[in-house]
Design a binder for this molecule. Structure first.
Ligand code: AMP
Ligand code: MG
Length: 453
């Protein structure tokens, strides 16, 4: 018999839920009446319908595993102004997929996810968004004991490559109906095409490539690109062990369990291809009795590198303010310089745009002057650069600092100051220039991030 794709679940009872942060811009997008919002509602204590936990599978660090929402519950789908939103609670208690986990989350990890998703959205990167963090009065034991918290997460869809892997392996009789459902909900313009499965694969690939190229643009390291964390809408999600790169290093990896750098900054393109291969395999059974063949999906996969490279160079040209096509050699020289100098990735582009912005000897070296001259010959269009290069990213040390201040002193002022800066990451502001400083190198060389906290 085909396995079930979800289970009905009930959020655990919490006493005195306390709203720590609430995202007004997102609630406006959702058309929610904020007057009505309480900690009770945001922690799932006051429900209209029984939530669901989704079943899914995934390749975790290369190994196939059957999983599901172990600490997440989807409250339902909300439609506003023609947009569909899945509203989910993370950290609201155990589900049938929790295994030995407690189904809970610590307040620091949920504040961390809130902040990263907020930054990514304002960096104009396709991402899950966070409506609120609600603290509970429970104690959660992880590396340290902390209050528990629930994050209200909003995405177009929580369906992942791994959901397809689950259906293909555990509920193969549902694969066609499931794929039709996903196309109808999320790629409805493909509904009437007789090549829709190939086109669906192609569009998922395109959305995912755009997402990862955007990560490379801002120095984002997702940290846990398992296929269960890859959305079919190209939305960045599952902000666990993620981090931003400061000093340019393609091997940069911060996750405590990523010992071999599988998900390192510079490996994200290759891993995306690998993940798409797994996604393609889950669609293969659909190709046998339809008008499309798996060769057509394979041909799309074969074009991955060309598509990725083209989008990558377009993105890098924008970062360098190059309005023409080509100039790959200049982009490559800048990358070479970044690799050998290990300069701060974000600030290097700001320095190129506005020489003298940073008082760092690395930018007075003859090597950098050469780079400046070469870029000046073909690029430095200010408008392009201002749109592509953030002035602010969530610097790892500032994030940790803000979280520590809250966990140790119940003080959210640094956290809120960071949110404030990250509200407009493309706009410079003299008053907040200290948020542009990279950490001491030793900080990043020891910085470690964690899954499932
Ligand atoms: P990933 O998202 O790839 O890191 O995989 C983590 C899996 O473990 C997901 O299926 C989560 O739902 C589950 N999980 C993480 N933390 C917990 C927890 N505290 N309790 C139960 N399940 C968890
Ligand atoms: Mg996950």
């Amino acid at each position: 018999m085909d396995a079930k794709l979800y289970s009905r679940v009930t959020p655990e009872q919490v006493d005195n839920p306390d709203i720590l942060v609430f995202n007004r811009a997102l609630s406006d997008d959702l058309g929610i009446d904020t007057e009505e919002i309480t900690g009770q509602i945001l922690s799932g204590q006051d429900l209209l319908e029984e939530p669901i936990a989704q079943a899914y599978a995934g390749h975790q660090y290369g190994s196939f595993t059957v999983l599901g929402d172990g600490r997440a519950m989807i409250l339902g789908e909300h439609v506003h102004n023609g947009n569909r939103y899945d509203i989910q609670l993370k950290g609201s208690g155990r589900t049938p997929y929790s295994g030995r986990g407690d189904g809970k989350a610590t307040v620091s990890s949920m504040l961390r996810e809130y902040l990263y998703s907020y930054a990514m959205a304002n960096l104009r990167i396709n991402t899950s968004r966070s409506l609120a963090v609600v603290e509970t009065d429970e104690s959660i034991e992880r590396r340290q004991t902390e209050p528990g918290a629930i994050l209200v997460r909003v995405m177009n869809s929580h369906i992942r490559y791994g959901t397809f892997q689950y259906v293909a392996s555990r509920a193969p009789g549902e694969l066609e109906a499931f794929t039709e459902y996903v196309i109808d909900r999320h790629y409805p313009h493909l509904n009437n095409s007789d090549r829709k499965y190939v086109e669906f694969f192609d569009e998922v690939m395109e959305a995912s490539v755009e997402m990862v190229v955007d990560w490379l643009r801002v120095g984002f390291i997702h940290g846990v690109m398992n296929t269960d964390n890859m959305s079919i809408d190209g939305e960045t999600f599952d902000y666990g062990p993620c981090a931003f790169m400061n000093y340019y290093d393609e091997d940069a990896v911060f996750s405590s369990i990523d010992k071999h750098g599988r998900y390192a900054f510079g490996n994200q393109q290759k891993i995306l291809k690998w993940n798409l291969e797994r996604f393609a395999e889950s669609l293969e059974p659909l190709c046998s009795d339809s008008t499309v063949t798996f060769d057509e999906i394979q041909a799309k996969l074969d074009s991955f590198e060309d598509i990725f490279e083209a989008k990558y160079y377009t993105m890098m040209r924008q970062k360098l303010g190059i309005t023409s096509d080509g100039a790959e050699a200049v982009v490559d020289e800048v990358l070479d310089w970044l690799r050998t100098s290990g300069a701060d990735y974000t600030n290097t582009f700001l320095e190129l745009e506005n020489p003298g912005s940073f008082d760092d000897p690395i930018y007075s070296s003859p090597e950098f002057e050469q780079i400046q001259e070469k870029v000046a010959e073909v690029g430095l269009d200010e408008n392009l650069m201002k749109q592509a290069n953030p002035r602010y990213i969530p610097r790892n040390y500032l994030v940790e600092n803000a979280l520590t201040q809250y966990v140790e002193g119940k003080d959210l002022s640094r956290f809120k100051a960071l949110l404030n800066v990250l509200q407009n990451p493309y706009e410079s502001n003299e008053a907040t220039s200290r948020f542009q400083e990279p950490p001491p190198k030793e900080f990043d060389s020891e910085y470690t991030t964690y899954c499932n906290t």
